[in-house]
Design a protein around this ligand. Structure first.
Ligand SMILES: [Zn+2]
Ligand SMILES: [Zn+2]
Length: 359
């Protein structure tokens, strides 16, 4: 499956504490015509990705991996497409993203399939583990057993899940359909708490942000409406990965970075994070980026730089420690713990970094 991307069309080179990285921007968790609830051909998704200058995207059709045999999937040379699937249990809960693996487990309990994939080293993530709904017409698809942590990571922000959570067709349906991206505002706090709590208890899991695009078709007053399209959602939640510049970017290296949490989640609607960097360093050569660990010493600082002023909150083991409103700065690290940054503008989520472990 390893396909080399020599074009390096959009991917950026970034230097963080004099370490060189490739930064790839992409959208995780997308459905195609191989899902029962989507009819978009892969060629169209590739076009949407190209128009949005994505370096990669992942396909996670429900309970199958037919995308891998698709001609457009196989012929694509510029954009790195990662084939995966979305598994669920008998009650259609416990949605679970698995990647680059041909065995699809159907009709089983989540405890079984999550254990199987996780123990066999298949890259896997819990999808939309917690959901909210303001209209009970729409059911939730949740992670039913919080004790089950057989996964490499979890979605902390799923664009379509957040959107559906706010939908009440009679009250706001029209607004949500025509101004979809306005309603994608921030991750669900319960999910962030769950993720931080795991980290606090030394259960390290990587966070990802997802689009969950289906391109929904709906008949309304004689019109055929298509909304929450791939093209539109590719402008919202992305997971940007940092790969060591010494390796050739590939599907494999992206999956490794996602699994290790060498990534951060961005809402592109809020701004392109073109010069963003952050990480912990002692400014004497010891440093860590997202997903890495660093030994505690007195001079450690969590540095950040942004393309514009925003509210930057330092979170230590689930607790808000300090806030800065700036485009550049640092926080002193005063002890061991699990650290991350939450960056917002006027209450809207922009950038959520993965954890850095100060040990
Ligand atoms: Zn799902
Ligand atoms: Zn899905």
């Amino acid at each position: 499956m390893q396909k080399e991307n020599n074009k390096e069309k959009y991917m950026k080179k970034k230097s963080i504490f004099s370490r060189d990285f490739f930064e790839l921007t992409g959208c995780v968790h997308n459905h195609s015509e191989y899902s029962y609830d989507s009819s978009v051909p892969i060629s169209k998704i590739i076009l949407a990705a190209r128009n949005n200058e994505l370096d990669y995207f992942t396909l996670n059709d429900h309970l199958n991996m037919q995308a891998r045999d698709d001609r457009d999937f196989r012929n694509e040379k510029d954009i790195l497409i990662i084939a995966g699937s979305e598994i669920n249990d008998k009650s259609n809960n416990n949605h679970f993203l698995v990647f680059d693996h041909s065995e699809i487990i159907k009709g089983e309990d989540a405890s079984k399939y999550s254990k199987y994939y996780f123990e066999n080293g298949v890259t896997c993530f819990a999808a939309h583990p917690f959901e909210k709904r303001i209209c009970n017409k729409f059911r939730k698809y949740i992670w039913t057993d919080p004790e089950n942590t057989n996964f490499h990571g979890l979605e902390i922000w799923n664009a379509v899940s957040e959107w559906v959570g706010k939908l009440s067709p009679k009250k706001n349906g029209v607004f949500l359909v025509f101004f979809s991206s306005f309603f994608i505002r921030k991750p669900f706090q319960k999910t962030l708490n769950y993720w931080d709590d795991l980290a606090k208890n030394n259960i390290r899991k990587a966070a990802i942000g997802s689009t969950d695009a289906h391109s929904i078709t709906h008949k309304w007053m004689g019109l055929k409406l298509v909304f929450l399209t791939h093209k539109m959602l590719f402008k919202t939640i992305r997971t940007n990965v940092l790969l060591s510049a010494s390796e050739t970017p590939s599907q494999k290296s992206i999956l490794k970075a996602l699994r290790n949490g060498n990534s951060y989640i961005v809402n592109y609607k809020q701004g392109n994070p073109y010069n963003f960097y952050a990480g912990i360093s002692d400014s004497k050569g010891k440093s860590a980026i997202f997903g890495e660990e660093i030994e505690y010493s007195e001079n450690l600082k969590f540095y950040f730089r942004l393309p514009k002023i925003a509210k930057v909150v330092l979170i230590r083991s689930g607790k808000k420690i300090k806030t800065e409103r700036d485009e550049k700065g640092y926080f002193d690290i005063l002890g061991k713990g699990v650290y991350r940054l939450e960056i917002t503008q006027l209450g809207r989520g922009w950038i959520y970094t993965n954890h850095i472990y100060v040990i």
